[in-house]
Write a protein that binds this ligand. Structure first.
Ligand code: SAM
Length: 212
């Protein structure tokens, strides 16, 4: 995601009723914030929020939380929410490194990771959202029956993720190196902003789903 500083984005996010900037305060209380007991699904590294908001419209009985590190990016999602408010979406500005401070055990039913930053240098491997460090974090708050769904164009990151899963308590429910060539696997697929771009360029999309 190319980062341009958007003047006023920080303030707009702090003032918005759709955004949470101190998410630790809601640990164990997210259902109250949504005012219902519907399952909570999150996207880590939401970007501009297209994927999350499309899902939220398709599935009004699921609550969606979009997590994004940068105000200037989250601001674009906020602008979409202001144009078309969705009761079942909350936007959170935070670094996912601290995600276990934000969700209580069992509070989240599904985690989406879409086109996560690859962090190509070995010394940055622990920052990858599918590293063993992040898998351990997800384990702390994902419902026992919950799943993590990961899509990426980056074969190196995908292979790294498969290796990390192999070494962990997680097991693979499905995996493909070319999601869009398999009509069965692709059924119901909602494309992210990055995915649309890569698919238009003919780049294959890798996808995996894991559970414990
Ligand atoms: N998921 C979107 C999509 O598929 O179109 C955006 C993909 S973009 C390549 C990755 C996004 O993840 C960026 O907006 C980046 O700021 C965000 N991100 C990366 N690391 C993060 C972290 N540790 N915590 C929260 N967001 C993060």
């Amino acid at each position: 995601m190319r980062l341009k500083n958007v003047p006023g984005s920080r303030e707009a996010i702090s003032d918005s009723r759709y955004c949470i900037t101190e998410p630790e305060e809601y640990k164990g209380k997210w259902h109250k914030l949504f005012n219902n007991d519907n399952p909570i699904h999150i996207e880590v590294g939401m970007g501009k929020g297209k994927f999350l908001m499309t899902l939220a419209k398709l599935y009004p009985d699921i609550n969606y939380i979009g997590i994004e590190k940068y105000s200037s990016v989250l601001f674009r999602a906020l602008q979409k929410m202001e144009e078309e408010p969705l009761d079942n979406v909350i936007l959170v500005r935070m670094d996912a490194e601290y995600i276990t401070d934000v969700f209580e055990s069992g509070e989240v039913a599904k985690i989406y990771l879409n086109f996560s930053d690859p962090w190509p240098k070995d010394r940055h491997a622990k920052r990858r959202l599918t590293s063993r460090q992040f898998l351990e974090r997800y384990d702390q708050f994902l419902d026992p029956d919950g799943t993590v769904e990961f899509k990426t164009d980056n074969r190196g990151l995908f292979d790294f993720s498969l290796e990390e899963i192999e070494e962990s308590k997680w097991s693979l429910l499905m995996s493909t190196y070319d999601l869009h060539s398999d009509s069965e696997l692709c059924e119901g697929n909602v494309m992210t902003e990055y995915e649309e771009k890569f698919v238009a360029e003919g780049i294959p999309i890798n996808k995996l789903v894991i559970k414990r």
